[in-house]
Design a protein around this ligand. Structure first.
Ligand code: GLN
Length: 241
């Protein structure tokens, strides 16, 4: 049986609003394709290498936990950057997305250094951006999720999508998340993968391509997933009328 390995970074600190559901979705959709997905939880990075990692995942967390996680992950930031540049697929949520940038400025003006993997920054305010969100993505189509963040992120990279309902990166430019090579960063909790099978399959497909494992995109029946997503979109359409 073909196998893939996902590295789940800092699950002891970063797991808001059931972010762990993203791992469950990856596992399940891999299993339906006869691929065994191994999960390696990485809470301490000393001596860790990414040699056996096919996909990585980082969830969201409070400012405090995010700062602790950044400190731990800074030990392998060079490796992470190299892997991202090399096309390793990764999904990072909210706090996990924010600290890939150069800095995170807290509401009281304190500057927390980010991993500096990509050149962008986040500035937080006391007033939080919260609620269900719908975005339109060139790569994935309609995507739904839930957001709750004080951080406003600004960058010129490609995005995850354009905000239809909700806030996204900030309340100004209708841009949501980041899409750089095969790295996805997003404010969407939900968890996002069970609600959006297209993104789950994207991560699995990219990992399979890198490893030379065949991937059948059309192999699964997504009728129920599509209906669930449609129900969320319709509910939000009514709310925003
Ligand atoms: N620091 C983040 C914020 O903007 C954390 C939120 C999250 O990961 N949900 O509030």
């Amino acid at each position: 049986m073909n196998e893939l390995t996902v590295y789940h970074f800092m699950p002891d600190k970063l797991n808001l609003y059931s972010d762990i559901g993203n791992i469950i979705a990856l596992k399940q959709r891999a299993k339906w394709r006869n691929i065994k997905l191994n999960v390696v939880e990485v809470n301490e990075t000393e001596g860790v290498t990414l040699d056996n990692c096919d996909i990585f995942f980082i969830g969201g967390g409070s400012d405090r936990e995010q700062a602790l996680a950044t400190e731990e992950l800074s030990k392998i930031k060079g490796q992470l950057k190299t892997a991202i540049e090399d096309g390793m697929p990764g999904l990072t949520i909210c706090g996990g997305y924010q600290f890939l940038g150069t800095k995170y400025i807290t509401p009281d003006g304190t500057e927390l250094e980010g991993l500096g993997i990509l050149d962008f920054y986040t500035k937080s305010q006391k007033e939080r951006l919260t609620g269900d969100i719908v975005i339109e993505s060139d790569t994935f189509g309609t995507i739904v999720g839930f957001e709750n963040h004080g951080g406003r992120t600004y960058h010129d990279f490609g995005t995850f999508g354009k905000v239809k309902y909700g806030f996204g990166n900030n309340e100004e430019d209708q841009r949501e998340g980041i899409h750089y090579k095969n790295l996805l960063g997003t404010y969407l909790h939900g968890p996002v993968l069970p609600k959006n099978h297209e993104i789950t399959d994207y991560l699995l497909k990219k990992a399979c391509e890198r490893k030379g494992i065949p991937f059948e995109p059309e192999a699964l029946d997504n009728t129920e997933e599509e209906a669930a997503k449609q129900a969320i979109v319709e509910r939000l359409e009514k709310q925003h009328k």
